[in-house]
Structure formats: C-alpha cells, structure tokens
Design a protein around this ligand. Structure first.
Ligand code: ADP
Ligand code: MG
Length: 264
C-alpha cells in the first residue's frame, strides 16, 4: 500500500480536485484506491455524493478511542463511490471538534496511520485530502503518508500559503526518521494572465528542487466532474486537465519508484 497526502495551508488551491483526479487515474488502471477526507468541510465527501452534515459515522470515529483504533473500525467506516475501484473514508462536520478536543492531549498523531494499517491488504493506494489548517488532522495526514503533493494556485497570494506549508513540513520532519518527500504542483494555471506566468517563474526560481516542471491548467471540465460526482477521467478522459493529471501521476509514480530503489 502506498499512501500519498495532498495538503496546503490554503483553501481553493486544488487540493480536493488533485486528490480525486489522481485517485481516479489510479483506479482507472485497476488499482484499488482508498480516498480519505480529513477536511471538516468534507468537500471530497460531498464530491462523491455524501452529505458531511448528515453522516453519523466518519473518519472522526477513529479519534474517539484514546488514540487507539479498535480492530475492524476502519473497514466499517468505508463508503462506495461512483468509481468501482475507489472507496471513501468520509469526513463529517463533527471532525471540526477534533482540533479543540485533543489539542490539550497528546497521542492522537498516529490515529490515521493505525487505521490504514488495518486496511493494508485491501488497497494498493491511499490518497488523503487534508484541511487547509495545521491541526490534528493535518498532523495525522503528514504522519501517515510517504509522499506529499502540495498544489499551489498560480497567483501571488498562494506563495505565502506555500511558505507556511513548507515551514510546517520542516517542523514535522524533525520528528520523522526520514524527511517526507514532497512535490509542488502549480494549479489553476492560466497562460493568458501575468499572475500565472510570474508565479510559475518564481516557483521555478525558489522551489526548483521540489517542483513538478509542468502545471495543471484551468479546465472547466474539472469543475463539471465535481458537479457530476464522478472522477474527471470518467467525465472526459481526454480533457486538458485530465491529461495534465495523467502526466503528474506518471511523475509521482516514477519519483516513488526511484526512492524505493534507493532504499533497496
Ligand atoms: P481546495 O481543496 O484546495 O480547497 P478545490 O480542489 O476544491 O480546492 O478547488 C477549488 C475550486 O476550484 C473548485 O470549485 C474546483 O472545482 C475548482 N478547480 C480546481 N482545480 C481547477 C482547475 N484546474 N480548473 C478549473 N477549476 C478548478
Ligand atoms: Mg478541499
């Protein structure tokens, strides 16, 4: 099982879209994929047609057992999606209370890792969608994954969010055995705007080592897919946005493979 997380401490940068698009492409290839919604807003949960305000069971249940995860609990929380190879560990709005509830207590950082360990044989890939704030959920996502994808909207304000995210990562890395590898993905790129072009230039200058060299263009098909509740490749396998995510997936898989070879 390979676990990837998508995170950025800024909203509206394409986190959920990236998580769903990558999961969809992996699932199209026949991989069994689990998507985990760790955002209390539950955008990914809504994307797949479930209402985060109504759900009585969600990823939040994992956090109600003093940091341990009872056997079988993770599997019991899974929901089907519009894609036969994708299952969803949904969020619910109650997840918002988590940050308050356990801020004063330690021991909650590995809950998601423990839950995923129970599902190790059921899925080949896990894609985690994280909230845009640093809290228990984000810490769980970073602790559980082996590779991080940071979508960055190609506009000036987005660089600030990226700085914060990299700062968080450096902090988290101090308590990991190995630094968490990450890939910055320029998103919502519009070649006609100066902001897109100069942001891309700055990313290439300041973050060259961790930057995916291409970008995800603005593509309304991605929004249409979310309205239809299907992964983008199910809506239009040749859409520009889908082609870009396919190229990104190839890159991420190659990165992950080369790291494994270094270890072996
Ligand atoms: P986040 O999860 O970071 O808050 P989302 O993935 O929900 O961001 O994206 C925010 C909005 O932008 C959504 O309405 C989504 O459909 C849209 N969107 C994301 N990426 C693109 C893109 N490449 N082209 C057009 N619309 C996009
Ligand atoms: Mg989101």
């Amino acid at each position: 099982m390979r676990v990837w997380a998508v995170a950025n401490q800024k909203g509206g940068v394409g986190k959920t879209t990236s998580a769903v698009a990558l999961a969809g492409l992996l699932a199209d290839q026949g991989q069994r994929v689990l998507v985990v919604d760790l955002d209390p807003h539950g955008s990914m949960t809504s994307y797949f047609g479930h209402d985060p305000d109504q759900l009585t069971s969600s990823v939040f249940n994992l956090f109600q057992h003093n940091g341990q995860v009872p056997e079988g609990l993770a599997a019991a929380l899974l929901l089907d999606t519009s894609h036969p190879n994708i299952q969803l560990l949904p969020s619910s709005t109650s997840l918002a209370t988590l940050e308050r509830q356990s801020a004063s207590q330690g021991g909650y950082g590995l809950v998601l890792s423990r839950a995923l360990a129970q599902l190790w044989n059921d899925f080949q890939f896990v894609i985690i969608d994280s909230p845009p704030l640093l809290g228990v959920s984000m810490i769980n996502a970073l602790a559980a994954c082996e590779q991080l994808v940071i979508p960055v909207q190609t506009e000036f304000l987005a660089l600030k969010g990226l700085e914060r995210m990299v700062h968080t990562l450096n902090m988290v890395n101090r308590s990991r055995k190995q630094a968490l590898p990450y890939t910055i993905v320029p998103t919502l790129f519009d070649r006609r705007t100066q902001a897109s072009l100069s942001t891309l230039r700055m990313l290439r200058r300041d973050y060259a080592d961790h930057l995916w060299q291409a970008y995800i263009p603005i593509d309304t098909k991605l929004r249409d897919a979310s309205l239809a509740g299907v992964v983008p490749s199910q809506l239009d396998t040749g859409a520009r946005g889908v082609l870009a995510y396919r190229a990104l997936l190839r890159y991420l898989l190659a990165q992950s493979l080369s790291r494994r070879e270094q270890v072996a």
